[in-house]
Design a protein around this ligand. Structure first.
Ligand SMILES: Cc1cc2nc3c(=O)[nH]c(=O)nc-3n(C[C@H](O)[C@H](O)[C@H](O)COP(=O)(O)OP(=O)(O)OC[C@H]3O[C@@H](n4cnc5c(N)ncnc54)[C@H](O)[C@@H]3O)c2cc1C
Ligand SMILES: *[C@@H]1O[C@H](CO)[C@@H](O)[C@H](O)[C@H]1NC(C)=O
Ligand SMILES: *[C@@H]1O[C@H](CO)[C@@H](O)[C@H](O)[C@H]1NC(C)=O
Ligand SMILES: *[C@@H]1O[C@H](CO)[C@@H](O)[C@H](O)[C@H]1NC(C)=O
Ligand SMILES: *[C@@H]1O[C@H](CO)[C@@H](O)[C@H](O)[C@H]1NC(C)=O
Ligand SMILES: *[C@@H]1O[C@H](CO)[C@@H](O)[C@H](O)[C@H]1NC(C)=O
Ligand SMILES: *[C@@H]1O[C@H](CO)[C@@H](O)[C@H](O)[C@H]1NC(C)=O
Ligand SMILES: *[C@@H]1O[C@H](CO)[C@@H](O)[C@H](O)[C@H]1NC(C)=O
Ligand SMILES: *[C@@H]1O[C@H](CO)[C@@H](O)[C@H](O)[C@H]1NC(C)=O
Ligand SMILES: *[C@@H]1O[C@H](CO)[C@@H](O)[C@H](O)[C@H]1NC(C)=O
Ligand SMILES: *[C@@H]1O[C@H](CO)[C@@H](O)[C@H](O)[C@H]1NC(C)=O
Ligand SMILES: *[C@@H]1O[C@H](CO)[C@@H](O)[C@H](O)[C@H]1NC(C)=O
Ligand SMILES: *[C@@H]1O[C@H](CO)[C@@H](O)[C@H](O)[C@H]1NC(C)=O
Length: 627
């Protein structure tokens, strides 16, 4: 293997970076990068420097360079690697393997028996879109209306205004007509576009057990069945996979917004970590970066004449802001970082989707092998994959789930939970020393979420159906009330990873909601036609009955993350602890924008990737119109 040993999908050029510091100028270290014009050097200055070549970063880079003139440099910490086929991806959750993710652990979670948890995000060109489970879903209309409501009247952040960006972000492709009719996979093209090179595709196979699993939900009062996953409605519905149906390969930021593009104004450098945003007074003028592959400690500066754009994801964007002097002043002072702007919200308001494991053991008949008349299901599966790229190996983690609101989950108790939320002393549930503006923002969110608990169109509970085995499994908590923190370590501010504290279940009402989830999951399995399949509950176990026992089960079994970190540089009014305004510009400075999952003020009730793409599309338009 040569130094540039990986078989990258395109051109790889080694080039010298011109260092501003004359001390380094003669060293001319070799950087690994790809120039689409086969040029051999980074430009001395760019219009835009984008930090992070992940989901949002590559989307924005593609859109900004479409004019053929604006110069963009994307700086990505991870490597550039070949894209795997679906069969290789599905070998293990996380897809491309631990080599392509950050390997951080959270701090012990005090409400979860001090357990610690891996903080997974992508570290590769393509970012988390390269390693995710490829579920492509969006939240309900209320999830996006809530963002604008936190600004008051007249905000452009709502479902109606974001829908065109959802349509721009993805190209919808039709499911196989035979599969669609066998499983009643319906769609409505008014919610989709067909111009993007990121594809919402469908595998050619579904497990037959899904039919009774879906039908059982028809027996639960209040459950709706929207015809399309993109309709912004809560309910039970089919949704696509981030899959390019032509080659049955993961469709992600690198395939859609990078490798098909040949533009002389779009540069990317991999294996390079940005360590600081540079300011001239209060204007962001560039970044310092460090080449990681060569183990060098060389630092170089790249200038951005128009903007520095942060797309490092919700764990590393707040870290970089704090290291650059933007964050809670007290924290920065204890870390010995000079404050440029006291922005108390940076690294606060951290949210992710907790997962609650419940296990119901049963098999829905017919077995796949019965249905396909195949004596050896796996042999058949391997053959159809090898010959035709079809069958079970073309399937991701599944394409149908229930996304249900609290009035359906808990008809009798949700009102009590909503009332308790309204009368809580909110500051008591945030980290000690949280700034009053951040507390105000939390209060505003909780007021809004209390009405969402009463609403039939904010999904709180999600259960993915597999159909191959028992449909029971992890239910996902889509609108947790607890808020965590991502802060630099004041003792070791330059450590490569920040301190991640989910603070899961720090708001005790989260436990009450999760107890309702267990009761509902039981109702679905034992009080519908699914009961005919004779399920046995393995976890929590049928002997675990009282609310106290169920609460204890929640605390010892929950996982605080579905790998959807968000909210750590929230788009909120500054007096509510916001970090960016409605144009995604960072408060208190010029020329610095954030375009990644950190800006979401509250999580959508859905896996986050589709929303990240839509936000990035909107961000690109804001940047182009210099708003
Ligand atoms: C294992 C896993 C499974 C998931 N499953 C799903 C799913 O099925 N469906 C779904 O919708 N969502 C899923 N998600 C979530 C979704 O993929 C993310 O929300 C989304 O991709 C985040 O996009 P982003 O642009 O905010 O950050 P990312 O895509 O993570 O991009 C950030 C990039 O910045 C780089 N970076 C960080 N710091 C620096 C620095 N200092 N200098 C240079 N570069 C830096 C990183 O290496 C990374 O490439 C999953 C995520 C993971 C990790
Ligand atoms: C980059 O910006 C710095 C600070 O404004 C300036 O001194 C330097 O000349 C710039 N470099 C280039 C190559 O434009
Ligand atoms: C968790 O850790 C804290 C601090 O070390 C300790 O006080 C507490 O008793 C621990 N809790 C449990 C359940 O182990
Ligand atoms: C793409 O969408 C547009 C508008 O919705 C439609 O008119 C057109 O026929 C579609 N094209 C394809 C190839 O599906
Ligand atoms: C919400 O759903 C519940 C349960 O199906 C129903 O009783 C209630 O009337 C619905 N509320 C609204 C506002 O539609
Ligand atoms: C098919 O799905 C749609 C939308 O979910 C639903 O309205 C319809 O009743 C379903 N048809 C059958 C035969 O199940
Ligand atoms: C990229 O564009 C240049 C200039 O238009 C052209 O010469 C070159 O062949 C293109 N390369 C690819 C791979 O399309
Ligand atoms: C970088 O350092 C690591 C650990 O010290 C070592 O394993 C690796 O070979 C080094 N890489 C290079 C390119 O020198
Ligand atoms: C699940 O049920 C099957 C069939 O009854 C049984 O063989 C198996 O042992 C059960 N698994 C567990 C973990 O209880
Ligand atoms: C069934 O498939 C498995 C996995 O491919 C293989 O090991 C086994 O020999 C097959 N059995 C028969 C009876 O074909
Ligand atoms: C592949 O597809 C063709 C055409 O649909 C079919 O005739 C053939 O049997 C398939 N091969 C396998 C191994 O399933
Ligand atoms: C952290 O790194 C910066 C350079 O980026 C340096 O100025 C600072 O002294 C370092 N801080 C500590 C505590 O090592
Ligand atoms: C579920 O079924 C059990 C046992 O048949 C019954 O006791 C219980 O009342 C039912 N619950 C609901 C919500 O229907």
């Amino acid at each position: 293997m040569s130094f540039f040993g990986q078989n990258f999908l395109g051109f790889i050029a080694a080039a010298a970076l011109i260092f501003e510091s004359s001390a380094w100028a003669f060293q001319r270290p070799q950087y690994e990068l790809r120039y689409l014009d086969d040029s051999s050097q980074l430009r001395v200055s760019y219009d835009y420097v984008i930090v992070g070549g992940g989901t949002s970063g590559l989307t924005v880079a593609d859109r900004l360079t479409e004019d053929g003139k604006s110069t963009v440099l994307v700086i990505e910490n991870g490597p550039l690697v070949e894209s795997p086929l679906i069969s290789e991806i599905m070998g293990g959750f996380g897809g491309m393997g631990s080599g392509y993710t950050y390997n951080t652990m959270s701090v012990p979670q005090s409400h979860l028996r001090n357990r610690t948890f891996p903080v997974l995000t992508g570290r590769v060109v393509g970012g988390s879109s390269a390693v995710n489970a490829m579920m492509t879903v969006r939240g309900t209309s209320e999830d996006y209306d809530r963002w604008g409501e936190l600004f008051g009247q007249g905000s452009s952040w709502n479902w109606k205004n974001l829908l065109p960006y959802f349509k721009k972000a993805l190209s919808f492709t039709l499911p196989d007509p035979l599969v669609a009719s066998a499983f009643n996979i319906t769609h409505d093209l008014q919610y989709w576009g067909n111009t993007s090179h990121i594809y919402a595709g469908w595998p050619s196979f579904q497990y037959p057990g899904l039919v009774p699993a879906i039908d059982a939900f028809r027996e639960v009062p209040g459950v709706e069945f929207p015809v399309d996953s993109g309709a912004g409605r809560a309910g039970v519905y089919w949704f696509p996979t981030f899959l390019d149906p032509k080659n049955v390969q993961r469709s992600y930021a690198k395939t859609g917004h990078y490798e098909r593009i040949n533009r002389t104004n779009y540069d990317l450098i991999a294996d390079t970590r940005v360590t600081k945003v540079l300011f001239d007074g209060r204007r962001a003028i560039g970044v310092s970066a460090q080449q990681t592959r060569l183990n060098t400690t060389l630092l170089s500066n790249v200038n951005a004449s128009k903007e520095v754009i942060l797309a490092a994801g919700a764990i590393h964007t707040p870290q970089l802001l704090q290291l650059s002097g933007l964050g809670p002043k007290k924290l920065l002072e204890s870390a010995g970082v000079q404050t440029i702007v006291d922005l108390p919200g940076v690294g606060q308001n951290f949210q992710d989707h907790p997962m609650l494991s419940t296990v119901q053991n049963f098999t829905i008949h017919p077995e796949p092998s019965d249905l396909f008349g195949e004596s050896n299901f796996s042999t058949w599966a391997q053959e159809v994959w090898a010959f035709n790229r079809t069958g079970p190996y073309s399937l991701g983690v599944g394409n149908v789930a229930a996304w249900l609101p609290m009035p359906v989950i808990s008809p009798t108790y949700h009102e009590t939970i909503a009332s308790k939320l309204e009368t809580q002393e909110h500051s008591a549930f945030l980290a000690p020393g949280t700034d009053p503006t951040v507390v105000e923002g939390y209060r505003a969110q909780m007021k809004n979420l209390a009405s969402s608990i009463r609403s039939n169109n904010t999904a709180f509970y999600s259960l993915s159906l597999t159909g191959s085995r028992a449909p029971g499994g992890a239910s996902v908590f889509l609108h947790p009330l607890s808020r965590g923190t991502v802060n630099i370590d004041v003792r070791k501010p330059n450590a490569t990873e920040p301190i991640v504290d989910y603070r899961a279940l720090s708001n005790p009402l989260d436990v009450e909601i999760l107890v309702e989830f267990i009761k509902f999951t039981r109702l679905y399995h034992f009080n519908t036609s699914l009961a005919a399949f004779n399920p046995k509950e393995i976890a929590p176990g049928e002997n675990v009955k009282s609310s106290e026992e169920l609460a204890a089960y929640v605390q010892r079994s929950i996982t605080p993350s579905e790998y959807h970190p968000s909210g750590t540089a929230a788009m909120l009014p500054r007096e509510l602890g916001g970090v960016v305004n409605e144009s995604l510009l960072v408060y208190g400075v010029d020329g610095l924008r954030i375009v990644d999952a950190s800006i979401m003020p509250t999580l959508p009730g859905a896996n986050t990737c589709q929303t990240v793409y839509a936000v990035a599309e909107k961000a690109a338009d804001l940047i182009k119109s210099r708003l």
